[in-house]
Design a protein around this ligand. Structure first.
Ligand code: ADP
Ligand code: ZN
Ligand code: ZN
Length: 730
């Protein structure tokens, strides 16, 4: 009897045995099986002759999706690694790495690609029957005539208004729709001319190209506009010269804009390119996934999840904006797509390029210690594009109006007069108030672990979110005796109203998670700005990247001090990256840009480095701090999060979890459980437990023993818990 060992999307870290029931199925095949009263789709991961289970209890598979392609051994190997490393059940990992249609119990049929082609009548009648003035109709006619059929992305590439021009062609019977197998390429198209590389770019391209055919990680470091994308395209081009070679480009969620896709399409008109992201329909996603998996798509551009896409002839991986937080999955398997991409490159022995203006400190550290090659682009690629001037405004003034300094208000007014646009940047993410002395910049420290204490106003206490230490809020500053101590970072709430009062004629638009939740709303807002219908944008990090607003000449940073002294030691690193990115929004075209940063700490090293556009200086300081404190990258962490309807349940589980850890933990540190800043969320009481180890290996060994014990705890059934390996938010 043949036993199929199947991975299923259930929270148990095991494979499930089924009899093949006379059907033939291979490893990597998708099958339909009975699971209790349900039917589930799963993937065969092993085939054996016998099972540890009682033969009578083994049920046969219901169906084998024999006409679907197999998941390749390489793809399975990557997923297995991740399941181990991130301590997640293999079945859940594998099923969540697949397009949604493949989790379904039905045969997965990719959505057909709609294309347009000339009808016989249209072809015979010729282009000259079209009205002389209808230039776009004629252009479409020519494209269809040249390509046979052309799909919507390619049409959009030809012209934004293609739909309106296509309509009369369809109505007159000149053109018709057709289902297409593969996406359009432009076989005769000439790629747009590439610029002459500057010396730094040339050097980077040479190093990366020379590494094709073997594993090597390169960090391409250069400010926005320094020509990183140009370098990516050159090395992709080299990789694609090999017959059938494929490449993978990972981009942050927000960067996968039509502009970027368009830029790649124009440069590689003769290669099939597909994109993969969460905004597409399930059918579309499956279709593109299949094109990658079958080797037809030569270029795959995608967000986080696409790192798992099977790509049989993968020769090069590029991770753009490698420091971006959206590469980290925050639920289910909490993986870092950047780290997984590096593992993948190593497994299949190919080079990987990580690009950033502000690399993650972990990546920077790897480049400093020589594990990664550091390739630096030292200046903006287009000489005319000046860097914006970055100026700090001292916010320790009694003249503040709801958090706005007179200097910033004046600058806004000035732009309004000149008909130019401004962006007010608010940094609210990961905000936890610390106790700060505005006279001497003393910040309440944790004496036990060099972290910063967080203000819990209602209990009138300071708490360390790192190690669990607590104390009373002091009456005055221990540094200078100033009695006026208060939590930082209040007062951005009323910003919009204040602006309406101060600058009633300004057209203000607020862009954040809430206002852009609906599909397409961000694009609409961006269009409004482009059309000049907006004077002042208020935005969080969403706006910091990916969009060029030529008429935007002022960036005001309202409230960033909270991040300077945040108990989350990554906050300053993130703030720097964000400010560099928003600074890149100002003055892109012929108009010089200005960045005004309000702060009570204008002498802070972060601002010093920022004014010089010098990440390296800041990174050196941060790394030294981290080394002294023993924080990552000088140690490795895992964070267990627990939540339940009542705190006792959380505590009971925590106690057992710590008990289970104790005998395993001679090489690691298990801190006391702490409550996160958001102690209660959606009615659930929350707590977390931090584990540190000097080496990745020691941490992995510990987790491999500890997590199975956690799964076995009876207290676990009353709580929700998860383990986050290499957490980004502690
Ligand atoms: P980044 O990805 O670092 O932000 P890009 O590659 O997008 O930078 O380059 C910024 C701009 O400079 C683009 O308009 C690009 O076409 C142009 N550019 C890049 N490299 C060169 C070069 N060597 N010569 C002239 N223009 C260049
Ligand atoms: Zn003080
Ligand atoms: Zn502490």
């Amino acid at each position: 009897m043949t036993i199929l060992r199947v991975a299923l999307d259930v929270p148990l870290d095991t494979l499930f045995d089924y009899a093949s029931g006379g059907m033939s199925a291979e490893v990597g095949q998708r099958v339909l099986v009975p699971f209790g009263p349900r039917k589930l789709a799963g993937i065969v991961l092993e085939k054996t002759a016998d099972s540890a289970m009682d033969a009578k209890r083994i049920k046969p598979v219901i169906d084998v999706f024999a006409c679907e392609p197999l998941l390749s051994p390489k793809a399975i190997r990557l997923i297995k690694f991740c399941a181990d490393y991130y301590q997640s059940p293999i079945g859940q990992v594998i099923m969540s790495a697949l397009p949604a249609r493949l989790r379904d119990v039905k045969l997965a049929i990719p959505e057909k690609r709609i294309g347009y082609r000339l009808t016989d009548t249209g072809r015979v009648a010729g282009i000259d029957v079209l009205p002389k003035g209808a230039a776009l109709q004629r252009k479409l006619w020519q494209a269809m005539s040249a390509l046979g059929a052309i799909d919507e992305p390619a049409l959009a590439q030809l012209s934004k208004g293609w739909r309106n021009a296509m309509r009369p062609l369809l109505e007159s019977g000149t053109a018709e729709t057709v289902e297409m197998e593969a996406p359009s390429i432009m076989p005769d198209a000439q790629p747009v001319a590439a610029p002459q590389l500057n010396e730094d770019q040339q050097q980077a391209v040479e190093v990366i190209t020379a590494s094709l055919g073997g594993f090597k990680v390169s960090l391409l470091y250069g400010i926005t506009g320094s020509g990183k994308t140009e370098v990516y395209m050159r090395v992709l081009e080299s990789a694609l010269q090999e017959d059938r070679a494929q490449v993978l480009v990972l981009v942050p969620e927000i960067n996968l804009t039509p502009q970027l896709e368009g830029r790649f399409r124009k440069r590689f008109p003769t290669h099939v390119m597909v994109s993969l992201h969460s905004q597409m329909s399930d059918g579309e996603r499956l279709r593109n996934w299949r094109l990658a998996e079958s080797g037809q798509a030569r270029i795959v551009i995608g967000t986080r999840l696409s790192v798992f896409t099977p790509i049989p002839n993968l020769r090069l991986i590029v991770v753009d904006e490698e420091h971006d937080g959206s590469y980290k999955q925050q639920d289910g398997m909490r993986y870092s797509a950047r780290d997984v991409a590096v593992v993948r490159a190593k497994q299949v022995n190919i080079p990987i390029v990580l690009g950033s203006a502000t690399p993650a400190l972990e990546t920077w550290h790897n480049a400093q210690t020589g594990r990664y090659a550091l390739l630096t682009l030292r200046q903006r690629a287009v000489a005319a594009a000046e860097l914006p001037e970055i100026i700090t405004i001292d916010a320790r003034t009694p003249m503040l109006r709801d958090g706005l300094t007179p200097g910033l208000i004046e600058a806004l007014r000035e732009r309004l007069k000149r008909g130019e646009q401004s962006l007010l940047f608010i940094n609210r993410r990961g905000f936890a108030p610390v106790l700060l002395c505005s006279a001497c910049a003393w910040v309440a420290p944790c004496k036990r672990c060099t972290s910063r204490l967080v203000v819990h106003l209602r209990q009138r206490r300071l708490k360390c979110h790192h190690c669990g230490h607590e104390e009373r809020i002091p009456a005055q500053c221990p540094g200078c005796g100033n009695p006026d101590l208060h939590p930082t970072g209040q007062g951005t709430q009323r910003l919009e109203n204040t602006l309406a009062e101060l600058l009633p004629e300004a057209r203000v638009l607020r862009v954040d998670r809430d206002s852009t939740r609906n599909k397409g709303s961000l694009e609409k807002m961006v269009a409004q700005v482009h059309d000049g219908n907006i004077d002042i944008l208020i935005g969080t990090q969403m706006l910091a990247k990916g969009h060029d607003f030529p008429n935007l000449t002022l960036v005001g940073v309202v409230d960033s001090d909270g991040a300077l002294f945040s108990p989350d030691y990554r906050a300053a690193e993130r703030l720097f990256a964000q400010l560099m990115q928003v600074a890149g929004r100002a003055g892109r075209a012929d108009k010089p840009g200005e960045v005004l940063i309000q702060t009570a700490f204008p002498d802070h090293v972060l601002f010093h480095a920022l004014k010089q556009h010098d990440y390296a200086e800041f990174a050196a300081t941060l790394l030294e701090d981290r080394r002294m404190a023993g924080f990552p990258p000088y140690c490795h962490e895992a964070l267990m999060r627990v939540e339940a309807s009542r705190m006792e349940l959380v505590q009971e589980f925590m106690i057992e979890a710590i008990k289970a850890a104790r005998p395993l933990s001679n090489q690691i540190t298990v801190y006391d459980p702490v409550r996160p800043q958001m102690e209660r969320l959606k009615g659930m009481e929350r707590a977390q437990l931090l584990v540190q180890a000097a080496s990745r290996k020691a941490l992995q060994q510990f987790l491999q023993n500890w997590v199975p014990l956690l799964r076995g705890l009876p207290q676990g059934s009353k709580v929700r818990w998860s383990v986050d390996v290499d957490p980004l938010e502690v």
